[in-house]
Structure formats: structure tokens, C-alpha cells
Write a protein that binds this ligand. Structure first.
Ligand code: PLP
Length: 415
């Protein structure tokens, strides 16, 4: 780990919004207003005031997603929301039926979906089908439908992939599943900042994470359709209609609601702005030798925020060191949660090879950020390919040189 002060001195151009997005001012204000909140389940006036704040935040989320407030459950983040949907729905199905339920998901899901799915299968709680993606990272609706069995109890397909930014036709899948009695869960963690999730796309369950749309880390939302049977993950005080026990996180929930409201109000403009910036970034970098953009070719099927590149003949660690030295914050290959570098299962599933580099934009991104990234990478990539990259100072536009050295460096998980 790098000490905070060190990060502060080099962190100049932030292009890792897919990993986490800085909190919006509305979220900061809500967070600080409610930090001293009483317990929202207490019956005294202070507790009631806190409860009003939680319910107001729930209303905000419901309005943003076009669902009922009764369908909104606050969680500790996207991971818990995904786990609640996958395990909760699977266990409820197992309890209702005589046979082992079948679960369908995809090879490009975030570990927050794939790991609970695999864990359930290993325990014998479900049988599992993992649908492969196309080379561009999208998962075809027909392939998902072809995986269905009479005992299928849940389909989980992500709305947009965190690495490639590939967008799936979740509303189309929801329509195709209508009337089949198979609930659909979608991980919309990466999607909600730039895509309209009106009428919650007709899905039965959805996972969101506040720190991907300008809220704080450590809070998220599970949207669970009314009447969807879900076994809770945690048993306790029975808060949130018994689905999610635990003292309400008043300040985090309020900040989540405020961030989502602000994000939705800003969404159309943001998508247009980021679309222009990301296309400019991708066009400049793919003009370099041995740099290719991955993900869907059609901008309609990729997030405006993501530029995913594959670099030929360039060492991943050297790219990371060079970017750090130049003060560009971006993610290389996906790594496991413990911080150790490993090949990306998403790229493997898509049959893609090369050194990955994900540049992801968000609400704070500017044209100057993009210009700077272009300048740095246009100099860095050819230099690394020619083998002169390690341990060499990288100068930014202003000529500031930051020495890089062969320091051992944990790769950021940056999901
Ligand atoms: N799903 C996707 C697609 C993500 O990108 C992430 C976070 O990177 C998560 C789930 C997990 O969300 P959280 O960090 O809130 O647990």
C-alpha cells in the first residue's frame, strides 16, 4: 500500500471512476448532516427524525429507478446487494421446491455474482449454468434463454461490464422472461451513472453501489420486486422488512439517496459529455501502434464512461508504474480482492489477449484530463515497447519528472 500523503502528491488525473467515483457535493452534504443521527429504529423524536431521513432516501432511490419504495433495501454496497439477490432468491426457491433449483449467470459477471453462484453450486444448493459472452463482452439474450431449464429459479445477467463497459440488453431479457416464472436479477452497479434505469428495466432484482454514482463507499441498494421470495443473509433486528437486519446506516443511506438523485438529474448531459471525451481518448490512443480498443464496436452497447484498451508487447507492471509516476490514476488488469495480480477472467472469457488498460471517466472528468492522459500515454506506450520504460523518469506536460523505481507494487483490484 502507498501512504496517503504519497498518493496525494502524485494523484493528478483521475481516470478510475469504474473503480470508485468521488462523492458528489450533494452526497457529502447529506453525509455530514446525518453523521450524528440517532438510531432510526428508536421511538424517541431523534430516532423518528433519523427514520424520516432513511425513508426520504428510500423514496429518492425509488423515484430514480421508477420502482416502489417498498422494493428498495439499503445494503453495505453492491457486493451485499448481489449476494442478497443470488443467495436469497436461490435459497427461497430451494425451500419452496422439492428439486435443486437451477441458476443461470454469465462468465463476465463481477465476482459479487459469480462467487456466490459458484459457492451455492459447490454446496449443492443449486445447479449452475455460466453462459459465455461474445468476444465484445456482451451476452446475447438468446444464449441466456437457451440455458433455461424447467427448474431454473434465477437468471442473473449484469447490465454493464465493469472492465469492458459492454452493455447488455437487460430490458430485452426481462421482456423475454416475462410469463416464464423465472426471476431476473441484474447487477446495475456500473450502469446507473450513465444509463436510464426507468421502471427498473422490468427486472425482479437489481444491485447498485453508491460509490459508483457519486455516493460514499460502503452503501448500496438491493431492489427486490414486491412479492419476490428472498431468504435474508443476516438475521437480527428485522429492519428493512426483515430482509436486511442491522441498524439503519442513516448518513450513508441519506448520502446514497442524494447522490442518486443528483446522478439521475445529471445523467443525460453526463452521458453525452463522457461519450465525446471517451471517443476522443480512444481515437488518440488507438492511433498508436499495437493499441486496440476492446468491448462493443457500437457505442450504443458500451458505457460512455469506459475506454478499455489492449496493449501489445508492453509489460503490465511497467504500464502501472509509468502511469503512477505520471500521476494518471487508471486500472490495468483486474486483480483479485487481496491485491495480487492475476489474469482477468472477463478477458479470458472473451478470448482477448494483451495488456489491459481501463481508463474510466465520470462526473468530475474534464477535457484537460483526457488531454493529459493522451499526452502521457502517447509518450509512455512506445517507450515501454522499445524496452526503455523501467526506472525512468516520466515527465508530464509541464516537464515535471517523477522518478520511477523497481518498487514492489500491489496491483489495484479496481473492479
Ligand atoms: N458489481 C460490479 C459490476 C462492480 O463493478 C462492483 C464494484 O466494483 C461491485 C459489484 C461491488 O460493489 P461494492 O464495491 O459496492 O461492493
Amino acid at each position: 500500500m502507498v501512504a496517503d500523503a504519497t498518493v496525494a502528491t502524485v494523484m493528478t488525473t483521475y481516470l478510475d471512476h469504474a473503480a470508485t467515483t468521488p462523492p458528489r457535493p450533494e452526497a457529502r452534504a447529506a453525509l455530514s448532516s446525518w453523521l450524528d443521527a440517532a438510531n432510526a429504529s428508536a421511538s424517541h423524536l431523534a430516532g423518528q427524525a433519523a427514520r424520516v431521513a432513511v425513508e426520504a432516501a428510500r423514496d429518492e432511490v425509488a423515484t430514480a429507478l421508477g420502482c416502489s419504495p417498498h422494493e428498495v433495501v439499503f445494503t453495505s454496497g453492491g457486493t451485499e446487494a448481489d449476494n442478497l439477490a443470488v443467495k436469497g432468491v436461490a435459497w427461497a426457491a430451494r425451500d419452496r421446491r422439492r428439486h435443486v433449483p437451477h441458476l443461470v449467470t454469465t462468465a463476465v459477471e463481477h465476482p459479487a455474482v459469480l462467487e456466490p453462484a459458484r459457492w451455492l453450486a459447490e454446496r449443492g444448493d443449486v445447479t449452475l449454468t455460466v453462459v459465455p459472452p461474445a468476444r465484445d463482452g456482451r451476452v446475447e439474450v438468446e444464449r441466456v434463454l437457451a440455458a433455461l431449464r424447467p427448474e431454473t429459479a434465477l437468471v442473473s445477467v449484469m447490465a454493464a461490464n465493469n472492465e469492458l463497459g459492454a452493455v447488455n440488453d437487460v430490458p430485452g431479457l426481462a421482456a423475454a422472461l416475462t410469463g416464464r416464472g423465472v426471476p431476473l436479477h441484474t447487477d446495475a452497479v456500473q450502469a446507473v451513472a450513465t444509463l436510464d434505469v426507468g421502471d427498473r428495466w422490468g427486472v425482479d432484482a437489481m444491485a447498485l453501489s453508491a460509490h459508483k454514482f457519486g455516493g460514499p463507499q460502503g452503501v448500496g441498494v438491493a431492489v427486490l420486486r414486491r412479492g419476490l421470495p428472498v431468504v435474508p443473509l443476516a438475521h437480527g433486528g428485522g429492519q428493512d422488512r426483515g430482509v436486511r437486519s442491522g441498524t439503519f446506516a442513516v448518513a450513508l443511506d441519506a448520502a446514497c439517496g442524494a447522490a442518486l438523485t443528483a446522478a439521475v438529474a445529471d445523467r443525460e448531459g453526463l452521458r453525452a459529455r463522457l461519450g465525446v471525451l471517451s471517443e476522443r481518448l480512444a481515437a488518440a490512443l488507438t492511433a498508436l501502434e499495437g493499441v486496440a480498443r476492446s468491448g462493443p464496436a457500437d457505442p450504443g452497447w458500451r458505457l460512455a464512461s469506459h475506454v478499455h484498451l489492449l496493449l501489445d508487447g508492453v509489460d503490465a507492471d511497467a504500464v502501472s508504474l509509468g502511469l503512477d509516476a505520471a500521476g494518471i490514476v487508471a486500472s490495468g488488469g483486474a486483480a483479485c480482492g487481496a491485491g495480487a495480480a492475476k489474469a482477468s477472467p472477463v478477458l479470458e472469457a472473451c478470448g482477448l489477449e494483451g495488456t489491459p488498460l481501463r481508463l474510466s471517466l465520470g462526473w468530475t472528468s474534464t477535457g484537460a484530463d483526457v488531454d493529459r492522459a493522451i499526452d502521457v500515454l502517447t509518450e509512455l506506450i512506445p517507450r515501454l515497447r522499445s524496452g526503455h520504460g523501467r526506472g525512468v523518469a516520466v515527465a508530464d506536460r509541464g516537464g515535471r519528472g517523477v522518478p520511477t523505481g523497481p518498487v514492489p507494487r500491489p496491483t489495484s483490484p479496481a473492479r
